[in-house]
Design a protein around this ligand. Structure first.
Ligand SMILES: *Cc1c(COP(=O)(O)O)cnc(C)c1O
Length: 377
């Protein structure tokens, strides 16, 4: 692989991975759980002893993510939540973590239980308080932010938070799932670790569960995360890694289309009489638009939320009338999805008339037509 190629080239070539032994233009899946030694008891391949810590197929997928992030190293996990858990598990009992409020509900739920069990102090702060977090506390082990956030689409200034994190000696972890490494590179904005649910746009085809952590530099915390993955065994299998690798070949292309589609749909919904509000960082009316413009390049992603005028029934009626948008949770796939979050998350203060849309790569006019008939234009 040539050095310094652009992301679309790197992804299309899977970082240059081919199969040297067969001459195949795609890398093989190596499913072996254990690896040979010769008669002198030397390993045939010094990198491979046992699959839990050693899988060439997983390493190949990790190398693509590492290169896209501009990271020192990347690690894959069997889900996004396994990656988040790994990013927190090194925090000592009696420690202190600061977590952005109103982020992905699964993250909040796990962190609250984890901190209680481990006697770790947990501060949950609104996205708008994150850039001045050092005024709220003078010591923390870890700061966790999610930008753009799911499903509120709040934008957090990563560079500003990273300066605060350094001032109080905290490791900054950024969940950048909704942005993807194509649109935003938190490690270049001062984050220590960037996290993705690879289940979403990284894989992009709604058929692999996975998570990724990437670090800006080696550190004792990163080494602890690596050791914990190998020893506790939260690893991705080779088949999933291979599918992810194939999915990522089109990542920049898919993200570009999702972003332009989502921008047009956000503008359409913004002007629609049946719509109360639209949350999308690409809209000039969005509170975080300026920050998003500074830290995202090439678009604002495929995730947006919309408040339907009226109550829960009005929102459910719109969701029910959609023909093209599939009614299902998750995001980042090639097919557009709609979700009434309140149905699954009614206790967290989410508006009951909110619909979350994950915009896919379909023809945008088909999507707008479907939305138009569902909203009753
Ligand atoms: C889906 C998601 C996760 C969790 O990832 P899984 O792969 O489902 O475990 C974490 N953060 C965000 C922003 C997500 O959308």
């Amino acid at each position: 692989m040539m050095k310094n190629v652009k992301p679309a080239t790197l992804a299309a070539h899977a970082g240059g991975a081919v199969d040297a032994s067969s001459g195949g233009v795609v890398p093989p899946i190596q499913p072996a759980t254990t690896f040979l030694r010769d008669a002198d008891y030397e390993l045939l391949n010094a990198d491979n002893v046992y699959q839990r810590p050693h899988s060439d197929t997983v390493r190949t997928a990790e190398e693509v993510i590492r290169a896209l992030e501009g990271a020192f190293e990347s690690l894959l996990f069997p889900s996004g939540m396994a990656a988040i858990a790994a990013a927190f598990r090194w925090v000592p009992s009696g420690g202190h973590v600061i977590v952005q409020s109103r982020i992905y509900w699964g993250t909040t739920k796990w962190i609250r239980a984890f901190c209680e069990r481990r006697n770790i102090e947990l501060s949950e702060l609104d996205a708008s308080d994150m850039p001045t977090v050092a005024e709220h506390t003078n010591k923390a082990d870890l700061i966790f932010i999610e930008t753009p956030s799911n499903p509120w689409l709040k934008t957090v200034d990563i560079l500003a938070v990273s300066e605060q994190a350094k001032a109080i000696g905290a490791v900054l972890v950024v969940d950048a799932t909704a942005a993807t490494p194509v649109l935003m590179k938190p490690l270049t904005l001062g984050a220590d670790i960037v996290m993705h649910s690879a289940t979403k746009a990284l894989n992009g085809h709604s058929d692999v569960l996975g998570g990724a952590l990437s670090c800006a530099a080696d550190s004792p915390v990163w080494e602890a995360i690596k050791t914990d993955r190998a020893d506790a065994g939260a690893v991705m299998g080779p088949f999933e890694a291979w599918l992810l690798l194939r999915g990522m070949r089109t990542l920049p292309l898919r993200v570009e289309r999702m972003s332009t589609n989502a921008m047009k749909i956000a503008e359409y919904l913004h002007d629609h009489p049946a719509v109360e509000d639209v949350f999308y960082p690409g809209l000039a009316s969005h509170a975080g638009h300026g920050v998003a413009q500074r830290q995202m390049v090439g678009g604002y992603g495929g995730l947006l939320s919309v408040l339907i005028k009226g109550d829960k029934q009005n929102a459910l009626k719109v969701a029910g009338r959609l023909n093209l948008f599939l009614r299902a949770t998750s995001l980042g796939g090639v097919e557009s999805l709609v979700e009434h979050r309140f149905t699954v998350e009614s206790h967290t203060g989410l508006p009951e008339n909110l619909l979350r849309l994950s915009i896919g790569i379909e023809d945008v006019n088909d999507l707008i037509e479907d939305l138009g008939q569902a909203l009753g234009q």
